[in-house]
Design a protein. Structure first.
Length: 215
């Protein structure tokens, strides 16, 4: 899933980027409101984490524009803590509001709740245990490897998107991986053998996508 983080404090951007990327989210960073909106226009954003007080455009202004154009979730960050300010934030269309200073772990829990990333995801005969990092089919533990689990997690978090091999390598293996892109094909072939061929679709020359199924 794609997360937009907008804040004029470089340290805050660095911290939140590290937390979200540890959870395999793709992050886009902006240091002011205008840059945040441009990131939103250029990319499919699932959640925008916006600082209220930013140069050029405030988080409130950016939130209103995002909500005018989409159903993207918005979480506002602010040093304000008055009830009236919280009311203003929510009236702007924000889905949640958190006051600085805050524990990044709390923010992550709220973000996951907003994105409905439950501890267990059920899809047809599959159950994915996000916390235990296990995959079950008809109640049977598939003994998925670490890479197989993170592959299926990455696919589910990016449902509806065609994901290139490069994006899968970056999201699952990490940006410091320098092996062959074909290793993705090998792992997907093994994953298909466990969960069924129909769930991961190949788009020739483009990549792969997760296919919804009602089986």
């Amino acid at each position: 899933m794609n997360i937009l983080i907008a804040d004029d404090e470089p340290f805050m951007l660095k911290i939140l980027k590290a937390y979200f990327e540890k959870e395999t989210f793709t992050t886009f960073l902006a240091k002011d409101g205008e840059e945040a909106l441009q990131m939103f226009y250029d990319h499919k954003i699932n959640l925008a984490v916006l600082d209220w007080m930013m140069p050029k455009l405030s988080g409130i202004q950016v939130c209103k524009e995002i909500k005018r154009l989409s159903k993207t979730k918005v979480l506002l960050l602010t040093a304000k803590d008055e009830d009236e300010d919280e009311l203003t934030a929510l009236q702007s269309g924000a889905d949640d509001y958190i006051s600085k200073p805050f524990d990044p772990r709390i923010l992550m829990l709220r973000a996951k709740k907003m994105l409905q990333l439950d501890a267990q995801v059920r899809m047809g005969d599959l159950t994915i245990d996000m916390e235990g990092q296990r995959i079950f089919r008809n109640g049977k533990d598939l003994q998925a490897t670490n890479k197989e689990f993170h592959l299926i997690k990455y696919f589910i978090e990016n449902r509806g998107m065609i994901i290139s091999r490069k994006a899968l390598l970056d999201g699952v293996w990490g940006f410091d991986y320098f092996g062959e892109e074909r290793t993705v094909d090998t792992h997907i072939r093994r994953l298909r053998e466990k969960i069924g061929d129909h769930r991961i679709k190949t788009h020739r020359g483009m990549g792969y996508s997760w296919e919804e199924t009602n089986d």
